[in-house]
Design a protein around this ligand. Structure first.
Ligand SMILES: *[C@@H]1O[C@H](CO)[C@@H](O)[C@H](O)[C@H]1NC(C)=O
Ligand SMILES: *[C@@H]1O[C@H](CO)[C@@H](O)[C@H](O)[C@H]1NC(C)=O
Length: 246
């Protein structure tokens, strides 16, 4: 009698364990039958349920589902959105004829910093934003201060490859694709007490790709410049501030 009871209990246990395994396997099959894309969408939806940001996700800037985790906070509508592998970055362009440090100070007042450029696409997007402002104000040629500095190991021309001569300062931009220098730049010009050109600016022209004042430079290309230059060369200046979404 005891023996029979023990046997029955053992049989029950086996049945229960088998049932558990089967239901687990069923779930796995369900998952693997959907594409991995759907899986990550599912994960995102699950996450969204738990995080309410008060701002509707995605505001037509294509920020969703491009490998940055999607669904992150949006940039304010008057800032450009740069979606990067390392996360979203917001950039705004301002007019202000001043030296590099003064421009950085203006950015800091907005809890931002002079921006770097992650890709050629970002570089061209910023150039077009600059052109729009130029047309509104009848500017012929102008440049935009960026957040980049000459490496200490590259103090003069031809010591480093152009793309490896400067580094980004904003603590967000990575790599060096965005360093789309004009031909022959950065040329490490020097001027007395100002020393070597250790800051970077981006040339923008109101029409076409070239400007008679700046032979050899194409709209949107970068050039090294004296950080202290705040008046001429060119005499209309802008600065591009960047910060995380807020
Ligand atoms: C910058 O950040 C400080 C501290 O968080 C905040 O008080 C201030 O309002 C912010 N300023 C701007 C322009 O966002
Ligand atoms: C970048 O990070 C460094 C090191 O933490 C810091 O000193 C610097 O102020 C940061 N720069 C900006 C623009 O936030």
């Amino acid at each position: 009698m005891k023996c029979l009871l023990l046997f029955l209990c053992f049989f029950c246990l086996i049945t229960v364990i088998t049932a558990i395994f089967e239901s687990e396997g069923g779930k796995r099959n369900q998952y693997s039958s959907s594409s991995s894309d759907e899986d990550s969408n599912y994960e995102r939806r699950k996450k969204k349920k738990h995080h309410h940001h008060g701002r509707p996700p995605g505001n037509g800037n294509g920020g969703e589902g491009n490998g940055n985790g999607g669904g992150g906070k949006a940039c304010p509508s008057d800032w450009m959105t740069f979606d990067r592998p390392q996360g979203r970055w917001c950039v705004k362009l301002f007019v202000g004829t001043m030296m590099n440090l003064a421009a950085e100070t203006r950015c800091r007042e907005m809890n931002a910093t002079l921006t770097g450029l992650q890709t050629d696409a970002e570089r061209l997007k910023l150039a077009e934003a600059g052109r729009t402002i130029m047309l509104q104000n009848n500017y012929g040629d102008a440049s935009i201060w960026l957040g980049a500095h000459r490496k200490g190991s590259c103090p003069s021309a031809q010591m480093c490859y152009p793309k490896e001569t400067f580094f980004w300062l904003d603590n967000h931009t990575t790599g060096n694709e965005g360093f789309g220098w004009a031909t022959g730049q950065p040329d490490a010009g020097t001027r007395g007490a100002w020393g070597v050109q250790s800051c970077a600016h981006q040339f923008i022209f109101s029409s076409g790709t070239t400007n008679p004042r700046w032979p050899g430079i194409i709209h949107g290309q970068l050039d090294d410049q004296y950080c202290q230059e705040g008046v001429v060369d060119p005499n209309i200046k802008m600065y591009a501030c960047g910060r995380k979404p807020f």
